[in-house]
Design a protein around this ligand. Structure first.
Ligand SMILES: NC(=O)c1ccc[n+]([C@@H]2O[C@H](COP(=O)([O-])OP(=O)(O)OC[C@H]3O[C@@H](n4cnc5c(N)ncnc54)[C@H](OP(=O)(O)O)[C@@H]3O)[C@@H](O)[C@H]2O)c1
Length: 285
């Protein structure tokens, strides 16, 4: 157990009630560390806490919306009350929405900026200075293969992940000699609730591509973080996707992603009230 004077160090997982956050918590727990789990769902958090204890770690849960006022301070107060400091922060809270930008509700789209960008940035900037002062620890930020391209029909989500990658890589460079690591994790499709929540379960792009288990992503992320990596792209298919996205010109890539992400039965974004395939079936996108 690592301790800082009277305080013990903890790994704080934001978005720990399921999916990749839960899997990272389990992987970390194998090293018998204290893991602080936060998310909105009490039920999801108690499942994760049980799995963390089963794996050999110590689990504490804090039910919290990342959009709550002073959310990072709430986490810090919780840590202090338990004699802990944040040694590693994992930002895994996030969501996406599939559909045409002009058809999806504006508030839900702006929520992607609030959760995936604003809250992640706030947590990162709140805890990094303390880590730098201790010259240890760091941050794992969940981006995505989606960060390597614009994503028609999931425009806000792809853009948000582009921000996370750019922000995280820049901070990694700034803190290179400070004893602190910022690791950006960019998975391709992972078998979690993400797609159902995004309304993307049936989009061809995600039904065609192989999905990694969250455990595989979690293991790569934790290993990469511990070796001080700036970017982790888990799995061969995600690495190939990144390679292809870096090679393809936008003129070829944008229609391809758009086609694979658009649903023929979705309402057409032109406002005709018809299904996409009825309205645009004969046209190229
Ligand atoms: N699944 C994929 O294919 C995939 C691929 C690449 C990147 N990612 C990224 O990986 C991260 C984790 O995704 P996942 O697949 O694990 O999705 P998930 O299973 O839907 O889990 C998302 C987590 O975020 C939490 N969350 C969402 N909004 C929140 C809020 N306002 N306040 C607090 N917690 C919130 C959820 O908890 P509550 O709902 O209980 O609050 C849940 O714990 C996301 O950033 C996602 O963009 C996922």
């Amino acid at each position: 157990m690592i301790s800082h004077g009277e305080l013990r160090s903890a790994v704080v997982v934001i978005g720990a009630s399921g999916g990749i956050g839960r899997a990272i918590a389990r992987v970390v727990a194998r090293e018998r560390r204290v893991v602080v789990l936060t998310a909105r769902s009490t039920e999801g958090l108690s499942v994760t806490a049980a799995e963390v204890r089963e794996a050999g770690g110590e689990a504490l849960t804090l039910e919290m919306d990342v959009l709550a006022k002073d959310a990072p301070k709430q986490v810090e107060d919780f840590l202090t009350a338990h004699g802990l400091v944040c040694d590693v922060l994992v930002n895994s809270a996030g969501y996406g929405l599939r559909g045409a930008g002009i058809a999806l509700p504006i508030d839900e789209q702006l929520g992607i900026i609030d959760v995936n960008i604003r809250a992640l940035t706030e947590f990162t900037l709140y805890f990094l200075p303390q880590m730098a002062a201790r010259k240890r620890g760091g941050v794992i930020n969940l981006s995505s293969v989606a960060s390597f391209a614009p994503g028609p029909y999931m425009a806000l989500y792809y853009a948000s992940k582009g921000f996370v990658r750019s922000f995280s890589l820049a901070l990694h460079q700034e803190l290179r000699r400070a004893g602190v690591t910022v690791t950006c994790v960019a998975p391709g499709p992972v078998a979690t609730e993400f797609y159902a929540r995004a309304g993307a379960r049936h989009a061809s792009l995600f039904s065609l591509l192989p999905k990694l288990e969250p455990e595989v992503v979690a293991e790569s992320a934790w290993r990469g973080f511990k070796s001080g990596r700036r970017l982790v792209v888990p799995g061969i298919s995600a690495k190939l996707a990144v390679f292809a996205l870096n090679l393809l010109p936008s003129a070829a890539m944008l229609p391809l992603i758009g086609k694979l992400q658009r649903g023929g039965n979705d309402p057409c974004p032109c406002g005709s009230g018809k299904k996409f395939k009825k309205c645009h079936g004969a046209r190229r996108t």
